[in-house]
Write a protein that binds this ligand. Sequence first.
Ligand SMILES: NC(=O)c1ccc[n+]([C@@H]2O[C@H](COP(=O)([O-])OP(=O)(O)OC[C@H]3O[C@@H](n4cnc5c(N)ncnc54)[C@H](O)[C@@H]3O)[C@@H](O)[C@H]2O)c1
Length: 326
Amino acid sequence: MRVLITGGAGFIGSHLAQACLERGDEVYIIDDLSTGSLKNIKPLQENTAYKGRFFATIDSILNQDAMLELTGICDVVFHLAAAVGVRYILENPLVSIKVNIQGTEKVLEMCAKFKKKVLIASSSEVYGKHLHAPLREDDNIIYGPSSKSRWSYAASKLMDEFTALAYHRTKGLPVIITRLFNTVGPRQTGAYGMVIPRFVSQALRNSPLTVYGDGKQTRTFTYVKDVVWALQQLMDSEDAVGQVFNVGGTEEITIWDLAERVIRETGASSEIETIPYEKAFEKDFEDMQRRVPCIEKIHGCIGFKPRTDLTTIIRSVIDDRRKAAI
Ligand SMILES: NC(=O)c1ccc[n+]([C@@H]2O[C@H](COP(=O)([O-])OP(=O)(O)OC[C@H]3O[C@@H](n4cnc5c(N)ncnc54)[C@H](O)[C@@H]3O)[C@@H](O)[C@H]2O)c1
């Protein structure tokens, strides 16, 4: 199969590219390297087993000509390219909205033109400010006001979902929507606000681990290879078409406990330091207090259950960071 991965030089995209290559696919990626990196795809370009089956285009998904050519060539499209990460969104509000809304619209337009099945990477952020758990795909959605630009990421991803479903309903385009919860593993950068790589890097320097807010907010974490497996299975499933799925872990942990766990696993002498949200991000910053997925729907469709526990996930990031420092 010929697979196009937008955002293929990113964290999840590069793992997905590798998994597709391992199963014998021909893989095309497009990435503008805004948060992705050539380092992520170098091993794929250099692996002789993938020779003649991996093709990278360094360009934007907003480039009509590039997207026309790539979508035409491929059988299916995994759309992962996006402006990602709370810090990145706050620092680049306009470009984020443009890439996440116009970029996705461009991908869907091309897929509709060539009648190609497409999987959209949405986010648990679309749920907004819920306090209850677990979050179900048909839950209502609550956001803060538009004056708080952190909600623009959630709103843009939600708009992507509406647009994809509209293409499905009006043009019969086979679309699958995945709401990814915090996904973690080797190669993820902490530079844009991702918590585990940030904590691990701080711990390996024996620096204080900086917890935003009081640390009582909770999250779940999913190993990137488990997520990639789910994305591939959903793409292969006819029952998944036209549906929205949570993809996430179920082991809920407070950010404070997570910091303690990272310190224990690295053996660091670091302290934990709390930083008020307004200092870490912006005045009146709102965080999501709880984010736990209900995974009944995806389990019913493809049998997904997270296979990798949190300790193993943290250790994989520690190993990766130690190797990167050598
Ligand atoms: N990692 C997570 O925990 C998580 C959680 C929820 C949703 N997601 C979604 O999963 C997808 C992949 O995220 P990730 O964690 O791998 O982040 P990432 O930043 O590593 O990957 C995104 C990639 O898209 C590329 N990109 C951005 N704008 C582009 C453009 N205009 N044209 C081409 N490429 C462009 C970036 O360079 C990057 O390589 C994103 O859509 C993200 O919203 C991720």
